[in-house]
Design a protein around this ligand. Sequence first.
Ligand code: ADP
Ligand code: MG
Length: 433
Amino acid sequence: MSTVVLDSVTKVYPGGHLAVDRMSLRAEEGELLVLLGPSGCGKSTLLRMIAGLEEITSGDLYLDGKHANELAPRDRDVAMVFQNGALYPHRTVRGNLSFPLEIAKADPNLVRDRVVELSRALHIDETLDRRPGTLSGGQRQRVAMGRAIVRQPSLFLMDEPLSNLDAGMRTELRMEISSLVRALGVTTIYVTHDQVEALTLADRIAIMNRGVLQDVGTPGQIYNDPATAFVAAFLSSQQLNLLAATVRTPQNQYISLDFGLHQITMPWTDPRSYAVSQHTGSQIIVGIRPDALAPIPEGAEGPHFAGRVRALEYHGHEWLAYLEVGIPAVPAPEPAPGLNGHVNGNGHAGNGVGGRMRAVMRRLIPGGGHGDADPAEEHTPPPGSGHHRRSDLIVRLGSRPVWRTGDFGRVAVDLSKLMLFTVQGDRIDPPRR
Ligand SMILES: Nc1ncnc2c1ncn2[C@@H]1O[C@H](COP(=O)(O)OP(=O)(O)O)[C@@H](O)[C@H]1O
Ligand SMILES: [Mg+2]
């Protein structure tokens, strides 16, 4: 068992690519910490630095309290499983599982018992005398995992171990990984780009984008109380509604979120009112999950949006409606780049991101711009695809659609579920951690 502490760990690849930007993070003893983020955000790089397979450019790594930047991989007591857990093709499953113990010159009786015990836990005891070539993908990944943990490392690192498996196998193995690493009590860092995998597996999730840590917390904390618009959007199973609004406080009587055609009133008694009022006169971004909106009859009171039902979409377990509410939608803002504003490896300079966001806001907020929008930017495709246009509000209807296409629909807004962000995508009211 082991703790892992990253203190401002940075990786710049030769050539100047900034892959990991001052990550500070701690994995507790026995914890299953999931590192989540889109492809290319630096997850594997971080994991490889922890394993000692990649040099740390700056910052400090501590394993079990000991400074480990310079420690050789074999001295770290770490086991790693990759997406394609490569096995020894000419050894049987038994031979693959026992190999690490044989290298360590373990007692053969102990090896035999341990291999059998582990193969039962991984449900591959029937395959012990077969060679990897005769196994299914799921079975091969089980063997790869078994081989990694057979020596009972103090730290277990897994890099997208399920991403090459089909959906059914993924779910099955996901549950087994969860119970196995918890039963062993080994500190585990598990990398994935799949938000469902992260939410279902993790004790805590650390979510990153473009090499920068965005948020860390339990699955419930980061889903319900995300630190940034990026996190909120990345964790939404349906596309998150992100709408531009202007904050107004008429005669200081209440707070109004002004969406142009619609206004939503927030009372001063709302716990977020003070933080929001600091943005009076400015634009903010309001995030609304499709399930925070509920159809209500015409004439009903309370905060709501209304518009024509442009499309209905059947998803099997639920219907989604696309409501034309005439409100400008904004794409999920990219997180702010590093504090010192240096260029990251994709060539996105700090002011490039901010500049793009400003251009989006200028285009979307009537009268709010300087009339100098770059014509090329008018052709920037709207977020999402298919049915989702800029002005559509996505509403979750459940298993029975209450509307037909072309109907006039009205939806109540659950104020407590509104997520409020600055135009840079940071939460206006600080998340509770
Ligand atoms: N050896 C390398 N040299 C240069 N750039 C690399 C190298 N390995 C990865 N990268 C780049 O670093 C970024 C992060 O990569 P990676 O850590 O593999 O991301 P992830 O695992 O999240 O998909 C990517 O842009 C990738 O192209
Ligand atoms: Mg990777």
